[in-house]
Design a protein around this ligand. Structure first.
Ligand SMILES: [Zn+2]
Ligand SMILES: [Zn+2]
Length: 335
């Protein structure tokens, strides 16, 4: 917090085989620590996924460092727009089973046999084609505040459920161009490989996701077909891409796309709340939570009975708000 130098928030990922993830992790940690990099990185046998911040003056050094690390040469670094650099406070690198949990058990599945990449221009062109279906591979609360015009959401909160669901929802549309996208590209890259694995042929995905798309449309000065806000997983909870506010306050229904976590430590629900309701409910999701929140801390603890949900920052227990798969399919059929 005392640091005066501005930081740049960057995300990157790559699918490639890492034979010894633990060793790779230790080596990378030492290098990044030297460069004062903060953030969260996952390393697995299938690759790496990173969201980090770096002091501006170390940006080029970081690029060189990654280029000099086995398997990471020539990475596309997504630099976040609309960013104050205050996204992370420590560096964590963890070894995981997968960089994106997918629940895939079929050993023949190869994440490297993926769909064709699309850049912003190609994306805009193909979006205009009536034979195109755009699939949003993110969660409902992300879709809710911003998405590509006409995009269809796959209504589940876990990627492992979304994969077979996408195959099922698209089975009547095998002849269509299918474009998949997500925040930074990591999900849709795997999802596109999964669709191809299931016999779909015209599968494409947005290279570098919404983050890269937003950067490209700015640079090229072209129209954005993504409307609203791009939800991101850090303290900022979203970056604005266009001025439209497409979501509504979950309490009063007024146009609003500000996510917040319920202030009651026993709840922490992630929801959309306007300023007026934030005042009225003390930043809580309901009257009950607000009443609890106003109790003395000791009494609140008593109520929580030792169950601290403080870590569940992205509590999505009330994801009942998302639409049903059946309704989406019906809409698609009419298209
Ligand atoms: Zn409201
Ligand atoms: Zn609550």
């Amino acid at each position: 917090m005392e640091e005066t130098e501005p930081r740049v928030t960057i995300s990157f990922y790559r699918y490639f085989t890492i034979s010894d993830p633990a060793m790779f992790r230790d080596d990378l940690y030492k290098k990044l620590y030297e460069l004062k990099v903060f953030g969260r990185i996952y390393v697995a046998q299938e690759g790496i996924n990173a969201q980090v911040s770096v002091p501006e003056s170390n940006f080029t050094l970081l690029q060189d460092c990654l280029d000099g690390t086995g398997g990471l040469a020539g990475l596309r670094l997504n630099v976040a727009v609309d960013d104050d650099g205050k996204s992370f406070w420590v560096l964590k690198i963890k070894v995981r089973e997968k960089i994106v949990a997918d629940g895939i058990t079929d050993e023949r599945f190869d994440v490297n046999k993926k769909g064709q990449y699309l850049d912003a221009l190609e994306m805009n062109e193909l979006c205009k084609d009536p034979d195109t279906i755009i699939l949003d591979m993110r969660n409902h609360y992300e879709y809710e505040v911003g998405h590509f015009d006409g995009a269809v959401e796959i209504p589940s909160d876990t990627f492992r459920e979304q994969l077979p669901m996408a195959v099922d929802m698209m089975k009547e549309h095998k002849d269509k161009n299918i474009i998949m996208y997500c925040t930074g590209g990591i999900r849709c890259e795997k999802a596109s490989a999964y669709m191809l694995h299931h016999g779909f042929e015209k599968v494409r995905h947005l290279e570098g996701g919404i983050i890269n798309y937003a950067k490209q449309i700015k640079e090229l000065g072209i129209e954005s077909r993504f409307i609203g806000k791009n939800f991101v997983f850090d303290n900022r909870l979203g970056e604005r891409i266009t001025g439209e506010i497409i979501a509504h306050c979950h309490q009063c229904g007024e146009p609003c796309d500000m996510h917040t976590n319920c202030k009651n430590d026993g709840c922490h629900l992630l929801f959309i709340q306007c300023e007026k309701c934030a005042g009225e409910y003390n930043g809580c999701c309901s009257r009950e939570c607000s009443d609890t929140y106003l109790l003395p801390e000791e009494q609140q603890k008593e109520l929580r009975k030792g169950i601290d949900k403080g870590q569940h920052i992205f509590n999505k227990a009330k994801s009942r708000l998302r639409p049903r798969k059946k309704d989406i399919q019906e809409r698609l059929a009419k298209k």
